[in-house]
Design a protein around this ligand. Structure first.
Ligand code: SF4
Length: 331
C-alpha cells in the first residue's frame, strides 16, 4: 500500500470514525485542515499527471446524493435499474486511458468518510424499490484501497441479507486476500478487468499484473464467489490480435469457464470532450493519441476497426463460453 505524504481533512469530516481510521493508517503524513474538499479538488491550474506522481489524500463528507443513475458503461451486464455510488473519486492506479483524467482536474484521492449515510440511502432506495443493481467501484478501484478503508466489506455485508440487491465490484487489483475472511455472497459480483500482460504493464501503471489478477480471480472462484470478467477497453496496440488471443487462452486455462458468469468486452471509447482533455495530460501515450473518430458524442475507433475487434473477441470467447455469456459494450 502506497504511503501518502499529506492528508487534507475537511472540517466536517473530523468527527467521522473513518477519518481517524485513515489518519492512524498514515501516522507520518502531514495533516492539513481545509474548509471544503471542493476548494482543493476543483481548483483550476492543476495538472492531473503531475499530481499523479505523488497524490495526496483528501478526506471529505459526502453531502449526497449518494446514488446516481448508471450509464451505458455500467449497464454492460444488463441488470436494471442501475445505480452507482461514489465512495471515492480517483484511483490508486494510473491507466493511460482512464476517463477520470477527463473528468477531474485533480489526481488526488478524494475519500468520503461517511459511508454510514451512503448505506442508509441505499437502504431507503431498497425499501422503496425492492432492489437494484449498484456499482460501488465506478469512479475508482475500491478493492485496491480496501487495506485503508473496508468499503467493499461493508457493502458486501449490507447486501448479504438483501437478496434483491446486486452489488458489482470491478477491479484491476489482486487484493482478494483482503476479503479472505468474508463469506461469498450470491448477490455480490466481483469483476476482474483484464488486459494482456504487455498492455497492462505499459498502459495500466500500478495495477496488478495480468497474471496476478487471474490468480486473484481464481482464488475468488475457488472461495465460491460469483465472478465476471471484462476485457475493456480492448486496445489496438501493435500485434493486438495475437495478444488478446493469448490472453483469452490463458484466462480460461487458469479459470473455470463454467463458473464465470459473464465476460464483457469493449473498445476504447470516451464521451464528450474527455479525449481532448486526456490528450492534454497524456502527451506521450500512443493509446491516447491513436486515430479515433467522433460520432454521436463518442470518440472511438472507426467502424471497420470495431468490427475487427468484435470478430476476434467473439471468435476467441465463443471457444469457451456460450454466446449468452458474452457481451459487447459500447456506451
Ligand atoms: S483501474 Fe480503472 S479507475 Fe483506476 S486508473 Fe485504471 S481505468 Fe481508471
Amino acid at each position: 500500500m502506497r504511503e501518502y505524504s499529506h492528508v487534507y481533512v475537511e472540517e466536517a469530516a473530523r468527527s467521522w470514525p473513518d477519518t481517524e481510521r485513515v489518519l492512524s493508517r498514515f501516522p507520518r503524513a502531514t495533516v492539513i485542515s481545509i474548509d471544503t474538499a471542493a476548494e482543493l479538488f476543483n481548483r483550476k491550474q492543476q495538472h492531473f499527471q503531475a499530481q499523479k506522481q505523488s497524490p495526496k489524500l483528501i478526506l471529505a463528507v459526502d453531502r449526497g446524493p449518494f446514488l446516481f443513475e448508471g450509464s451505458e458503461r455500467i449497464k454492460s451486464f444488463g441488470n436494471a435499474p442501475v445505480h452507482y455510488t461514489v465512495p471515492m473519486r480517483n484511483c490508486v492506479y494510473n491507466c493511460d486511458y482512464c476517463f477520470l483524467q477527463g473528468m477531474h482536474r485533480s489526481a488526488n484521492l478524494l475519500v468520503t468518510v461517511n459511508s454510514e449515510q451512503a448505506l442508509a440511502a441505499a437502504e431507503e432506495r431498497y425499501n422503496a424499490t425492492g432492489g437494484f443493481f449498484l456499482s460501488i467501484s465506478y469512479l475508482t478501484d475500491l478493492l485496491g484501497f480496501e487495506d485503508v478503508l473496508p468499503y467493499c466489506r461493508r457493502w458486501i455485508e449490507w447486501a448479504r441479507n438483501r437478496p434483491e440487491m446486486v452489488i458489482e465490484i470491478r477491479t484491476k487489483s489482486d487484493n482478494f486476500a483482503v476479503l479472505s475472511g468474508v463469506p461469498p455472497s450470491e448477490n455480490v459480483v466481483l469483476v476482474w478487468s483484464l488486459s494482456p500482460e504487455p498492455v497492462s504493464r505499459v498502459h495500466e501503471r500500478g495495477a496488478a499484473s495480468f497474471r496476478n489478477r487471474l490468480f486473484a480471480a481464481r482464488a475468488a472462484q475457488q472461495a465460491g464467489w460469483p465472478i465476471r470478467l471484462c476485457f475493456d477497453p480492448v486496445l489496438r496496440v501493435p500485434n493486438w490480435q495475437e495478444l488478446y488471443r493469448q490472453a483469452i487462452g490463458e484466462t480460461f486455462r487458469r479459470l473455470d469457464p463454467s463458473r464465470v458468469e459473464l465476460v464483457s468486452y469493449g473498445v476504447f471509447r470516451l464521451h464528450g470532450d474527455f479525449l481532448d482533455r486526456l490528450r492534454e495530460v497524456q502527451t506521450a501515450s500512443p493509446v491516447v493519441h491513436a486515430h479515433y473518430e467522433r460520432s454521436h458524442g463518442l470518440s472511438t475507433y472507426p467502424d471497420n476497426q470495431i468490427a475487427e475487434v468484435r470478430d476476434l473477441m467473439e471468435t476467441e470467447l465463443s471457444k469457451v463460453l456460450p454466446g449468452e455469456r458474452i457481451s459487447f459494450v459500447h456506451g
